[in-house]
Design a protein around this ligand. Structure first.
Ligand code: PMP
Length: 278
């Protein structure tokens, strides 16, 4: 795997050390990041991923030493170092270098990595109900894409994998469906698409927002609402959205098998057409 990193004004390859034992991010996890994609010569919504990097940093009291537009230019430069059709992950990061518990805002540093990462095939994923839950917005800045929120996603994913599933449906603190461990969730019922309404417990994904708009524009009813586990078990179809794999069908929920259906197929097709400028 080839990886390039923009650190302190220049590009480096490999896995250069950026944190020392004394770095605030090392022991206080003051890292925010984002994840975008380049594939088939396109970089969908790269500008929004750059903007979210800044918003995540501000939510954690960091002071980004860079503007979203500059991150976008650096990301494009990084992508240009690979073949035009390469499948890549683009990861900007911000973190605090110093601070005692509270990060020193003006010690905020920036790094952007671009590396080879194959796009997963949309072959269908299995999910189980997680025994872990998402924190509420009053307990953690859940709208930020912050490293410190991911051990919770990590243990939901670990639990699912250990039980033979690919991913997990994670409920919010009130017991309603929030998202998957690593992506947003959608269900389809009677020709309409449904997805949890952002309620401050999960990441309002950039792919989720894009797919919702595309489905609506195509005349498919989209309901952002409160979704229960029973709704998921009763769905005609289910699928996920996220930067990593974009739109992927869920073909097994607990012990229930599902077919891929027309709403999923439309969502994936609309996303791909839009991403390619169609
Ligand atoms: N939820 C979580 C926990 C995620 O890690 C991701 C991936 N970033 C998403 C949702 C999907 O968000 P996006 O479409 O912005 O990638």
């Amino acid at each position: 795997m080839r990886a390039v990193h923009f650190i302190d004004g220049s590009w480096q390859e490999g896995n250069p050390a950026i944190f020392g034992p004394m770095t605030h991010a090392t022991w206080m996890a003051s890292v925010v990041f984002d994840g975008a994609r380049a594939f088939e010569g396109v970089t969908p919504d790269l500008d929004l991923h750059c903007e979210r990097t800044i918003a995540s940093g501000l939510a954690f009291g960091l002071q980004p030493p860079i503007a979203a537009g500059e991150i976008l230019e650096i990301a494009r430069e990084g992508v240009s170092k690979f073949a035009n059709d390469a499948e890549l992950y683009i990861r900007p990061m911000l973190w605090a270098e110093t601070g005692f518990v509270a990060p020193d805002p003006d010690s905020t540093r920036f790094c952007l990595s671009v590396f080879d990462a194959a796009m997963p095939k949309p072959t269908g994923m299995s999910v189980q109900l997680s025994s872990f839950r998402r924190p509420l917005a009053s307990m953690a800045p859940t709208q930020a894409k912050a490293a410190c929120l991911y051990p919770n996603s990590g243990r939901a994913l670990r639990e699912a994998i250990d039980n033979g599933f690919d991913n997990a449906v994670v409920l919010d603190g009130l017991g309603n469906v929030a998202e998957l461990a690593t992506a947003n969730i959608w269900i389809a019922k009677d020709g309409a698409a449904h997805t949890p309404a952002p309620n401050g417990t999960f990441l309002n994904g950039i792919t989720r927002q894009r797919v919702g708009k595309l489905l609506k524009d195509a005349g498919i009813p989209v309901y952002e609402r409160c979704i229960t586990w029973d709704d998921v078990m009763d769905a005609d179809e289910a699928f996920s959205t996220g930067n990593h794999a974009k739109v992927v069908p869920i073909t097994k929920i607990g012990d229930r098998n599902l077919q891929t259906g027309p709403i999923y197929q439309k969502a994936r097709e609309l996303y791909w057409n839009w991403a390619h400028g169609g």
